[in-house]
Design a binder for this molecule. Structure first.
Ligand code: NAP
Length: 272
């Protein structure tokens, strides 16, 4: 069995490979990278007998070559900023996988696309369809919103001032950490089955800005209250309105085998 992970130099790819190394022999793991400058995780993979192969989503011939002998392919969605380009890249990768004889393709999509078809969701729905139409066995891993968005909310300033100020609204969040996603995805990659399945890898319970202020209070050892202000302007709010941050699922916890990381632990990396 040979398992390849694309975008392996990225944050999610690195975490998935680190999880896989603890589960299966490194000789079964191939990292697909566009830049051959490697992280310590990929160095560890190579040291243990795994492979690192060059591949660029923009150069289909490099993908087909890199997919030689690969049984399972995890396509990590492209980080390109233009969705039209991303769809072209994903389609090229899927076509290359078909030509190379890949048996099973897994794709990191975006959670709960049914309730919103705006960017960045549509590129994922369209990619899912290309995969389904390819006839290759598939598993769609619809990743929830990364918790990282909290970094633009001014958490450290809120601790200093005692007030977390956000734009008014009935905000609730099903956000998750990359490390939880990586654990679940590595379990799927290392395990058997999961074909023709779509998983919603979001939190099983949502949290609110009031919950966030409570967690900040616990961190700060002093009260942080939540306040709303219509004058708060940030690109993050229109973005959050364009996706489904409210729906929940037990898929992630079931695939990990334990509850998701708590809000307190999830936001800790963003506090000074
Ligand atoms: N769920 C969410 O909230 C959320 C948020 C942001 C992004 N995402 C999506 O999730 C993906 C993974 O997240 P991440 O945190 O791991 O992102 P990341 O750290 O930016 O990693 C993205 C990886 O994709 C690789 N890549 C980009 N273009 C490529 C190309 N043309 N050919 C081959 N590889 C290419 C990059 O390669 P290089 O190392 O060479 O640049 C990088 O290793 C992102 O790419 C994005 O599609 C999801």
């Amino acid at each position: 069995m040979s398992i390849m992970i694309t975008g392996a130099n990225g944050q999610l790819g690195n975490l998935i490979i680190a999880n896989l190394l603890a589960k299966i022999p490194a000789t079964q793991i191939i990292a697909g990278v566009r830049n051959l400058g490697m992280s310590s995780t990929l160095e560890a993979l190579k040291d243990q007998g795994g492979e690192v192969r060059y591949m660029d989503y923009d150069r289909p011939e490099t993908c087909q070559k890199a997919f030689t002998g690969v049984n399972k392919l995890l396509l990590i969605s492209s980080s390109h900023t233009d969705d039209t380009v991303r769809l072209t890249q994903h389609t090229s990768v899927i076509n290359a996988a078909r030509k190379a004889g890949v048996e099973h393709i897994l794709y990191t999509s975006f959670a709960f696309p049914q309730t919103g078809l705006k960017i960045p969701v549509s590129v994922h729905r369209l990619t899912e369809q290309v995969i389904i139409d390819s006839g290759i066995k598939y598993t769609i891993l619809r990743n929830g919103l990364y918790i990282d968005f909290v970094d633009v909310l001014g958490l450290n300033e809120a601790i200093q001032s005692g007030v977390l100020t956000t734009r008014p609204g009935n905000w609730r969040f099903n956000a998750v950490t990359r490390s939880d996603l990586a654990q679940a995805i590595a379990n799927v990659l290392a395990g058997k089955g999961y074909e023709q399945q779509i998983y919603e890898l979001a939190a099983s319970k949502t949290w609110t800005f009031a919950d966030l202020a409570e967690v900040l209070t616990a961190f700060a050892g002093k009260t942080v209250i939540h306040s709303e202000d219509v004058s708060v302007q940030h690109w993050i709010y229109p973005f959050l309105s364009s996706i489904d941050t409210v729906s929940t699922s037990k898929d992630l916890e079931q695939l990990m085998g334990h509850p998701v990381t708590s809000l307190k632990d999830s936001i800790a990396p963003f506090l000074k």
